[in-house]
Design a protein around this ligand. Structure first.
Ligand SMILES: [Zn+2]
Length: 274
């Protein structure tokens, strides 16, 4: 992680600023206690400061990664990148970045993105991909409800399918900064639900929209995908919030299914600070 990205981060204990050591293996804060943090082998920083790690485990991270890398959600990633370009976003926080698919695709040499997630396995995957690409991107393991970032240091926060931590986003954003928030649209994965349930229901939409930030823009991205191979279909299913609420007998309906065509739909919101 280069110093430019490190300047956006803060010590999770005392909020001091972070400095890289000469050997580049760790960093330390400028507070009186000089808290220090090691970079992982893949290059991310663990800034949880003793918090309990949660988030998705290795198997679900790997399944999601394989699904995303097959490109089924690439139109969403492309649309997010178009919006970032329109907003002239330069310093972006991806809050709840998971395994970094959207984060790494949003970053470039000029556009710096910092991905934060509580899943160590997710962030590890993300940091490994980032190394190959050489863009201005870095990752940290931390809770988005207690962001180890400096106040007013980002012009944009991305919040894709992760909980909305509005107070922390407001603190992280500079004046007139933007929050791009994405959730499942009401017809998202209807084709998958038709396979699983007698009476498939529409998604209710995100209930945790920010309350203090004015909405600038809302759009819906809708298209159809055909998922090939049972492993990919199962991966897609395991990414849904209703996976854990589905009975074993309903889950079994996907066994042996090799092709699935379904609508996908995303609601994209842009909010502004101030
Ligand atoms: Zn400190």
């Amino acid at each position: 992680m280069d110093q430019e990205l490190l300047n956006l981060l803060a010590c999770p204990v005392c909020r001091g600023s972070l400095q890289i050591t000469k050997d580049q293996k760790s960093c330390f804060c400028d507070g009186a206690r000089r808290h220090s943090f090691d970079f992982s082998r893949s290059g991310y920083l663990n800034l949880t400061a003793g918090q309990k790690l949660e988030g998705d485990g290795k198997a679900s991270v790997r399944a999601r990664r394989a699904f995303l890398e097959a490109g089924y959600y690439q139109p969403l990633s492309n649309r997010i990148n178009e919006l970032l370009a329109e907003l002239d976003a330069k310093k972006i926080l991806d809050a709840g970045c998971g395994e970094g698919y959207y984060t790494n695709r949003a970053a470039s040499k000029e556009r710096c993105v910092l991905g934060i997630d509580l899943s160590k396995d997710g962030v590890d995957f993300a940091a490994k991909s980032a190394k190959v690409q050489g863009n201005c991107v870095g990752f940290s393991v931390a809770s988005i409800f207690s962001l180890p970032v400096r106040d007013a240091s980002f012009d944009t926060v991305l919040n894709l399918f992760a909980p909305c931590a509005e107070e922390e986003f407001l603190r992280a954003l500079n004046q007139n900064g933007h929050l791009i928030l994405v959730g499942a649209g009401e017809r998202h994965l209807l084709g998958l639900k038709e396979r699983l349930y007698e009476t498939p229901y529409l998604n209710p939409g995100r209930a945790d929209l920010p309350k203090k930030m004015p909405l600038l823009h809302k759009e819906t991205l809708h298209y159809e995908i055909t998922v090939s191979g049972n492993a990919q279909i199962q991966a897609l299913f395991s990414m849904t919030p209703y996976y854990f609420r589905t009975s074993d007998s309903d889950k079994a309906k996907l066994d042996g299914l090799e092709t699935l065509t379904t609508e996908v739909e995303f609601d994209i919101f842009i909010f502004r600070k101030g």
